[in-house]
Design a binder for this molecule. Sequence first.
Ligand code: ATP
Ligand code: MG
Length: 326
Amino acid sequence: MKRVFSGIQPTGILTLGNYLGAMKQWVALQETHDCFYCVVNLHAMTVMPDAEELRENTLSVAAMLVAAGLDPDKVTLFVQSDVAEHAELGWLLQCMATFGELSRMTQFKEKSREKEVITGGLFSYPALMAADILLYNTHLVPVGEDQRQHLELTRDIAQRFNNRYGGLFTLPEPFIPEVGGRIMSLDDPEKKMSKSNPNPNSYIGLLDPPDTIRQKIMRAVTDSGREIYYDPENKGAVSNLLTIYSLCSGKTIEALEKDYEGRGYGEFKKDLAEVVVECLKPIQARYNELKESGNINEILKKGAGKARAVAAPMMDKVRELMGLKV
Ligand code: ATP
Ligand code: MG
């Protein structure tokens, strides 16, 4: 069985972008692959979160992943800081990534533009991500489009390591959905939907109550004109809403374009809101059950044990090859 690895940051409540771009694929792959899924709390440290909030978000993200359909008996679900090898390999790979490479990362450019304080961790983040992936001999990394560049860097670093120290690391491939790989903000179709956006109207949170979802969708920006058709270049906002509609309902974009021919944005948005509400209803119900039954800690503890069993021998080989064992 081929290995899959992916991670998600506990930086807030998960959004519909996270679900459609990444989590849906995570759930599908659990049937055919050996999947390691990680709540990457060390990545969240790059933006200096409040300790209590980080703790809560970590448990809530893990519960949400199970609620969205991950089966803890099929996948290895764990918290990054429970497996110390991530931080150790992260440091070593930081020392193999160049300043030039890290400076070219668009995520760093975008995130640092918005911040008053830019930590060293935010800059070197992709090296830690490379470590996360390479520790597990990963073949496939299901992520959203925004992570493509980080994946390319991961492959470059792995190749560099293999050339220098001997072929240890598997070169991972990105697995990015053609539709839904980049869900855009509801208030700005030029920006991707992000859970850390301070404006809650820019995203649909997976825990948003039905009325909030309705309000956010009715308020979402649209484009000039009133026709509903898919054209990301010229009609970014409507194309984004069509993508969401299609993925949440299972109807193709072409079928939706036909359905809404000659009908206005208002009617379209009203129907879309109901489709999203229905799509999230079962996830929200399972999430509330899980939060009450409270066995998430147990799932994560078991997951960490399984992850360590793979990461520890891998890290041992890295230490040996790099001359760290004397
Ligand atoms: P943050 O703003 O803190 O970076 P985020 O919403 O970008 O939060 P991440 O934890 O960084 O979430 O990413 C988790 C996964 O969700 C990644 O695979 C990422 O590519 C994917 N993802 C994030 N936003 C979107 C989006 N708008 N559309 C599709 N996939 C997305
Ligand atoms: Mg992100």
